[in-house]
Write a protein of this length. Structure first.
Length: 764
């Protein structure tokens, strides 16, 4: 877009006259991702998570001078243009709605519960040979994402494809005027966001209100269409059917449609982050590329790799060119050490310090890839689908076996937001990332939490904290189980110990004296009824006396742990614990003339005892999607454990299966072998038909004993092949289901997943 400041004021419907004549071409709502500073307008959004007004002075210092605000601010700067509105999000929505009115082109609006993004991306792939398309980046379908998407419309676009999502009644009436579709697509409806509506029908009507004024509305057909589909699963066939019907509505010949849908891929159209060879990190976003998606990916990379070398592997961009000034500015913003370009477009204008190489084809790049050193690099891969840059990602990624844990970073962010809404704005948040982030990953989740602005991390042992420091995590960290042999490392890596006894405290102080360090932060744990670690009430006088005599330490926080916060039948016991904590912590804090933070609530405590938040709360299992409170909570699991079939075998009646011959075929039977066993976290007791995994949405019993590295499943009723995907837990089996079958709790299921299981991190 290109608007003067005065035009923007007019479009957001306020009276304002700016002395500036500069042209604004970029809208930003995130201070971290502002690139074209002098040509950007910053909308200071106010959310439960942060207030954009707090970042305005920093942006002024960086060269931004145009702002849309809703609060009084005191800033220092020259030639500032400040547009005052009552609500900055609504102003952004008005700007986008008025921008949309300038375009007389077909616009497809997509809504529904599931499949919006995949349908949008498939339509883009199918229609891009004939249209210049503007589409929503990633899954930008919210009250904020939709206006940001529509503002990407430019005069050269001949088709728009935008998705819209709503979670409560009344939201679509704000999005419909922004998208103003003349063709509507309704994807599969389900129970997602059901709590925001009185009924399913109300939610359906809310979704369909996007289609007001549409000439054509496309919904999933009742019967399968007369086409050959490149998929076998029902969901992909339904999504593909919507694309076919859209092409038919646009006048495409059946033969052309059939030919084009052959090329559709079921690959995830989302960013993947994996561990690479030589301690590298591979960020694979190589399934599609546009100016807007490139900007988002580079912004994400900049947040992750603040102190590591970076490589960009990029293909040519179909909708624009690599020599577009906007593209160059975004690539410059990341200060890449190396850029590898695939395709005919040439990248120019980057820093002379950047090592740039051009290749005509992906095959040429693959042949030369071994000459480059990727040690400790963050590697961002961005490419158009036809270049198949996922092959490059495959070569660079660390080779683990085919069982993998998929971790949805977007869902983690959503879970975090839900818990932040449960705590007061003044309450600090510590997130527990011990035990490999409850089995989910080592540095990846703490890195995201740092970006999300949590206050503290909690780890179990010093080596966990050291690994996070080596990965570049700078957040304050409390070590729950510090050992005397690691005290020097705690100091070296600025890790803060939990102190639970006078002996431990004395040993740590001795280490500080040797290091000649004063006022090192420690965390005092009190025993209030857990009967585990912690100072007893009768020990407090001696503790206070010792602390006052030792300038080497100061108390950062005092805390305790609730034993039964998740069990409301034990409410009396929990309230007794809380009363003890109030009494004991007050004795301790009143003895010192400096501020000491208090915290006692864990995840279940946040849910059930929110009046006792004190200065900080500790979020653990709930962040990872295990609901310990309200059964109607929007908290969702962040991970799925999957494997693949590596062999199938026919058995005759009476044949035995596996070690001990504990399962025998009672008839002719087909079994499949999958590479996951008890050393991966699949407990041996789940064998012999005690648990079922899912293949093509169907239950398949585990037969025979679970082996160390492999288990066998009964696939007699299914048409299955080597390479087909198996779900151990995810959409069908929950972690709670697995825990029940194992006779344990979800914590153990998650933390038992071996580190040899590949972790794949996704971000829409």
């Amino acid at each position: 877009m290109n608007y003067s400041v005065n035009e923007i004021a007019k479009l957001v419907e306020v009276d304002y006259t700016s002395p500036s004549v500069q042209i604004i071409s970029h809208v930003s709502v995130d201070s971290r991702s502002v690139q074209n500073t002098s040509n950007s307008v910053f909308f200071a959004l106010v959310t439960n998570k942060r207030n954009g007004h707090e970042f305005i002075q920093d942006l002024i210092d960086r060269g931004v001078n145009t702002f849309v605000i809703s609060e009084d601010i005191k800033v220092v700067g020259d030639n500032l243009s400040i547009i005052r509105v009552s609500n900055t999000l609504e102003a952004l929505q008005r700007l986008a709605a008025n921008h949309r009115k300038k375009f007389n082109i077909p616009v497809i609006g997509i809504t529904g519960s599931y499949g919006k993004t995949i349908v949008k991306e498939w339509l883009y792939q199918l229609l891009s040979p004939d249209y210049t398309i503007c589409r929503s980046p990633k899954s930008f379908n919210s009250q904020l994402g939709v206006p940001l998407s529509v503002l990407l419309l430019e005069p050269n676009h001949t088709l728009g494809i935008f998705e819209a999502g709503v979670s409560e009644s009344g939201e679509m009436k704000k999005l419909q005027p922004i998208i103003q579709p003349n063709i509507g697509v309704l994807t599969k409806m389900g129970e997602a966001h059901e709590s925001g509506f009185d009924s399913f029908n109300q939610k359906l009507e809310e979704k369909k209100s996007l289609f007001i004024g549409c000439e054509t509305i496309i919904e999933i057909p009742e019967n399968k269409l007369d086409y050959s589909f490149p998929f076998s699963d029902t969901t992909s066939i339904e999504n593909c059917s919507l694309c076919i019907m859209m092409m038919e509505a646009l006048g495409y010949d059946k033969a052309i449609i059939q030919e084009r849908i052959k090329s559709l891929s079921s690959l995830a159209l989302r960013l993947e982050m994996k561990n690479g060879k030589e301690n590298s990190v591979i960020i694979n976003d190589g399934y599609n590329i546009s100016y807007s998606s490139l900007a988002l990916s580079i912004s994400y990379l900049n947040q992750l790799a603040t102190s590591f070398p970076k490589t960009l592997i990029i293909s040519q961009i179909p909708e624009t060119s690599l020599d577009d000034e906007r593209v160059i500015q975004h690539i410059r913003s990341s200060d890449f050490d190396r850029v590898l370009v695939v395709g005919d477009q040439v990248l120019k204008g980057i820093s002379t310090d950047t090592d740039i190489h051009h290749y005509s084809t992906t095959e040429e790049l693959l042949n030369e890839l071994s000459q480059f050193d990727f040690r400790n690099h963050y590697v961002l891969i961005k490419g158009a689908r036809k270049f198949r840059l996922e092959r490059v990602a495959h070569v660079l990624e660390q080779k683990n076996h085919r069982t993998q844990l998929e971790v949805n970073l977007n869902q983690l962010s959503r879970n975090l937001k839900i818990y932040k809404e449960k705590i007061k704005p003044t309450t600090k948040l510590m997130v527990m990332v011990k035990a490999f982030s409850y089995g989910s990953g080592s540095a990846e989740i703490p890195r995201l939490l740092e970006i999300e602005g949590v206050d503290y991390l909690g780890v179990a042992y010093a080596d966990e904290g050291i690994a996070l420091r080596d990965a570049g995590i700078t957040l304050p960290m409390m070590v729950m189980n510090p050992e005397p042999g690691t005290f020097s490392d705690l100091i070296k890596y600025k890790l803060e110990p939990e102190i639970y006894s006078l002996h431990e405290l004395d040993e740590f102080v001795k280490e500080l004296i040797v290091a000649d360090i004063k006022e090192y932060p420690i965390h005092i744990k009190l025993e209030t009824g857990m009967n585990r670690l912690g100072f007893l009430s009768e020990e407090l006088p001696k503790l206070i006396q010792y602390l006052k005599s030792q300038p080497e330490v100061y108390i950062k926080t005092v805390f305790s742990h609730l034993s039964s916060a998740d069990d409301l039948n034990e409410k009396e016991y929990t309230l007794n614990q809380l009363a003890k904590f109030q009494e004991y912590s007050s004795i301790l804090t009143s003895a010192f003339n400096y501020s000491i933070d208090k915290h006692v609530l864990n995840t279940a405590g946040i849910e059930n005892y929110g009046d006792y938040q004190y200065d900080m709360v500790r979020l653990g299992i709930g962040l990872y999607g295990i609901n310990v409170g309200d059964t109607d909570s929007e908290i969702k699991p962040i991970s799925k454990l999957k494997s693949v079939i590596i062999q199938t075998k026919k058995l005759n009646k009476g044949d035995s299966i596996g070690y001990g011959r504990n399962t025998r075929a009672d008839k002719e039977m087909t079994i499949a072998m999958i590479p996951i066993g008890y050393s991966d976290g699949l407990r041996r007791s789940l064998g012999n038909r005690n648990f079922s995994v899912y293949l093509k949405q169907q239950k398949c019993n585990i037969v025979g004993n679970v082996c160390m590295d492999i288990c066998m499943i009964d696939i007699s009723s299914l048409d299955a092949n080597v390479g087909d995907e198996i779900e151990i837990f995810g959409d069908n089996n929950s972690v709670e289901d697995v825990a029940e079958a194992m006779g344990t709790i979800p914590y153990e299921v998650l933390t038992s997943i071996s580190q040899r299981v590949k972790r794949v991190f996704f971000k829409d």
